[in-house]
Design a protein around this ligand. Structure first.
Ligand code: GLC
Length: 754
């Protein structure tokens, strides 16, 4: 009896020690000494280890899953606060109820809507990306959000992808360069950036059940670089797993991408957060690298709709640890990562307090917007417009609010200046008249936020066009403002576009106006390329974006010439959809499997999708297939002209090969140019894209002035990924640096060897 008593006492002591009963381990929180985890003078790692040792198993599991729609638990007993996340990449989502998507009805959460990330990418300006990250991070901080669910950096593989507007275009180098300062800017506020959606989430159609099959080289050369840069150069504190599968494993519980690549090869020390509902199995979540589970709608009949204790990383995990199915090491690794996130954010007493809808943020939104607008065509110098005469503005996108809608990036703003408002405010000497031209999406609500606009118009399409044409005959200039919008099957989460064409009969409106207009400008507002069958009939074409709160001001700044356009396309605009690579069903949207599969407790049909075009994405494809685009990647005109001089080369590819490139503003007005450097490999052991962007630099010049732009490349710029050896290979041989101002305007070539 006595022996048994002693034995059970010993077991109790061992278990208590293993589970870190309060006060049993680590330094006692006694008297005046501050516990290590509360001592700011200690390193984050010391504080993590101290608090980890003080936590019970239950407390460790509790911080690994949501407790509400957008928050996860802290450790109340130890005074560690909850962790709050918020969408999205363009601004801080309005508050929702604890366990519902619907609005909390706050009156203090109307934010600054910054331009969509495709616009940021189109600025080709890393300094603006830093400003963007700092500003949106300040807004997140002010709203007491510790994790910003953004930026998104999925590569634009098809122009039909509903969420292209949330991402940074078709090129891995451009995305990799632009994501780093954004992440650093956000995190300078003590707010984590959560870079998404890792990985291969390149479409919305069937996003929950698409199994992507892509060769290893393409994965490493095209689809991973922006995430790798965000982690290794940006120091991202969080990564969001994507909904889709890769090689038959859901990406929120994917051994290879999470444990193998992200945490293994890249040394990621942050937290992998599931997309909302992206977790599907406790064992795989535990073993394959998920750290923080959000949004799982459990189907457990005993649970309420979202019974958080039934999440895969909740009670099922806790029971598994207690039964010995899962070891404490797995639990501690996850808890350690989440605690590290705590100490980088909510437990950092020195982090700034942020700011919200400040004049600085509004100015930043306006500046980034204006710098992102791409002047595609300007025959006869139609633009910039003089503030005189009579100007007709036509199109629903001239008036429609675009900050509401599009899915989880939808926002509630204090004010969104529409293009028409911006034009009226700027062109005060001209007479501005407006015609609708077409009726598209008259809804203006998303998740309980409404634009309050009444866009109903019962005129027939024919009448709308007739009215616009009649007005057009009587003015000096027509500005058509159309494009896509944030409604489903356009630029919106959850579904892709069904067509590459402009919707709502806009092509007919444009054609009709071209026939009568003295001067015609077409402004396309979209997050994706669209077909432009009227391209030869319109002298001036502008690619505009979803620019948020200051949309109208940014556009008017450019149309008036107050800002000289300097944006460059972050993706190729093809003449037709069939010009793009993902043209077979197997490539997009994928082939349904004959038999259902399990997604959690649901039976679903998985679709297998082959990225068989491999590395030939975007301009790489158009070059490889010798297809002329409508407008090329990197294209963008200015109101002035620039001349690229003869580059001088110094250094070596091993230590850094620097190209010093003279750029002269040969026009009449100041402006910025983006000097781009593409590398083309000579003979190679493997297939190579004809050229690849490997450097760029934006420079502002007064008229007549010259500057020397320096672009340095190293072995990374000439390397390809050898999947067989699983290494990057810098192949000996001849290379060419193609230098210019667009992927199809590369007047200077410099040969070099390695
Ligand atoms: C959504 C999106 C993700 C977002 C999350 C929370 O489904 O895919 O980008 O951050 O859920 O709203």
């Amino acid at each position: 009896m006595k022996t048994r008593l002693i034995l059970s006492l010993m077991l109790a002591v061992v278990w208590a020690a293993a589970c870190g009963q309060p006060g049993q381990r680590g330094k006692q929180a006694a008297g005046n000494d501050v516990p290590v985890f509360l001592d700011d003078s200690k390193s984050i790692e010391e504080r993590v280890e101290d608090v980890l040792a003080r936590m019970t198993v239950e407390e460790k599991v509790a911080i690994l899953h949501a407790q509400s729609k957008f928050s996860s638990a802290g450790v109340p007993r130890l005074g560690i606060p909850e962790l709050w996340t918020s969408d999205g990449p363009h601004g801080i989502r309005p508050e929702v109820l604890w366990d519902k998507w619907s609005q909390a009805g706050w009156t203090s959460d109307s934010c600054t809507a910054f331009p969509a990330l495709t616009a940021l990418a189109a600025s080709w300006d890393p300094e603006l990306s830093k400003l963007y990250g700092q500003s949106i991070g300040q807004e997140a901080r002010y709203r007491k959000k510790d994790v910003l669910l953004g930026p998104g950096v999925n590569i634009c593989r098809t122009p039909l992808n509903g969420r292209s507007f949330e991402y940074m275009g078709e090129d891995p180098f451009l995305s990799s360069t632009m994501v780093v300062p954004y992440v650093q800017g956000v995190q300078s506020n003590g707010v984590a950036a959560c870079v998404k959606h890792y990985a291969l989430n390149n479409q919305e159609t069937n996003r929950f059940v698409t199994n992507v099959k892509v060769d290893e080289r393409t994965l490493y050369e095209i689809y991973l670089p922006a995430f790798k840069a965000a982690v290794q150069k940006g120091g991202a504190w969080a990564i969001m797993g994507s909904y889709n599968l890769y090689n038959d494993q859901w990406c929120c519980q994917n051994e290879y991408t999470l444990n193998g690549i992200l945490k293994g090869e890249w040394g990621f020390d942050g937290v992998v957060i599931s997309d909302w509902g992206g977790a599907h199995d406790t064992e795989l979540c535990v073993k394959n690298g998920l750290d923080l589970e959000f949004g799982t709608v459990t189907n457990n009949p005993a649970a309420a709709s979202n019974a958080y204790s039934n999440y895969y990383l909740a009670d099922p995990f806790l029971e598994g640890v207690k039964s010995g199915e899962f070891d404490m090491k797995a639990l501690d690794d996850k808890a350690r990562r989440v605690l590290r996130l705590f100490f980088r954010t909510v437990m950092d007493r020195n982090r700034p307090y942020g700011s919200f809808v400040s004049p600085e943020h509004i100015a930043a939104a306006r500046k980034i917007g204006a710098e992102s607008i791409v002047l595609l065509k300007n025959d006869g110098g139609v633009l910039p417009l003089k503030d005189e005469g009579k100007i007709l503005v036509v199109g629903e996108n001239a008036v429609k609010m675009m900050t509401v809608g599009g899915g989880s990036s939808s926002l509630k703003v204090k004010k969104e200046y529409s293009p028409l408002e911006g034009i009226k405010e700027r062109f005060t000497n001209a007479e501005i008249v407006y015609e609708r031209g077409y009726v598209g999406d008259t809804d203006g609500k998303f998740d309980g936020v409404s634009t309050g606009q009444d866009l109903l118009d019962n005129r027939s399409s024919a009448q709308l066009i007739a009215d616009a044409v009649t007005a057009a005959k009587d003015v000096d200039c027509v500005i058509f403002i159309g494009g896509l919008n944030k409604s489903l099957f356009q630029d919106a989460e959850g579904e892709d576009r069904k067509s590459y064409d402009l919707p709502y009969g806009q092509d007919d409106v444009i054609e009709a106006l071209c026939a009568v207009a003295k001067k015609m400008v077409v402004v396309i507002i979209s997050g994706n390329a669209v077909a432009m069958p009227w391209v030869d009939k319109v002298p001036a074409i502008v690619q505009d974006w979803y620019l948020g709160s200051e949309a109208g001001h940014s556009l008017a700044d450019v149309l008036s010439g107050d800002v000289n356009p300097s944006g460059k396309l972050p993706f190729t605009i093809g003449k037709q959809l069939s010009d793009y690579p993902a043209s077979t069903e197997a490539q997009y949207p994928g082939i349904p499997r004959p038999e259902p599969s399990k997604m959690g407790v649901q039976d679903v049909t998985i679709l297998d999708e082959e990225y068989s075009e491999g590395i030939y994405v975007g301009y790489r494809w158009f070059d490889h297939a010798s297809i002329a685009p409508e407008f090329a990647f990197g294209h963008g005109l200015s109101y002035t002209t620039f001349e690229i001089g003869d580059p001088k080369v110094s250094g070596s590819i091993e230590k850094g090969l620097t190209f010093s490139i003279p750029v002269k503003n040969t026009g009449e007005v100041a402006g910025s140019e983006v000097v781009q450097l593409y590398v083309s490999a000579g003979d190679s052991a493997v297939e190579r894209a004809p050229k690849e962007l490997k450097g760029f630099s934006k420079v502002y010049l007064e008229p007549g002035k010259t500057a020397t732009v320096k672009i340095t490349i190293d072995k990374d710029a000439i390397s390809y990924f050898d999947a067989g050896k699983h290494v990057w290979v810098a192949e000996k041989g001849d290379y060419s640096a193609l230098i210019g101002t667009a992927s199809d305007v590369l007047p200077k070539t410099v040969e070099f060897k390695y």
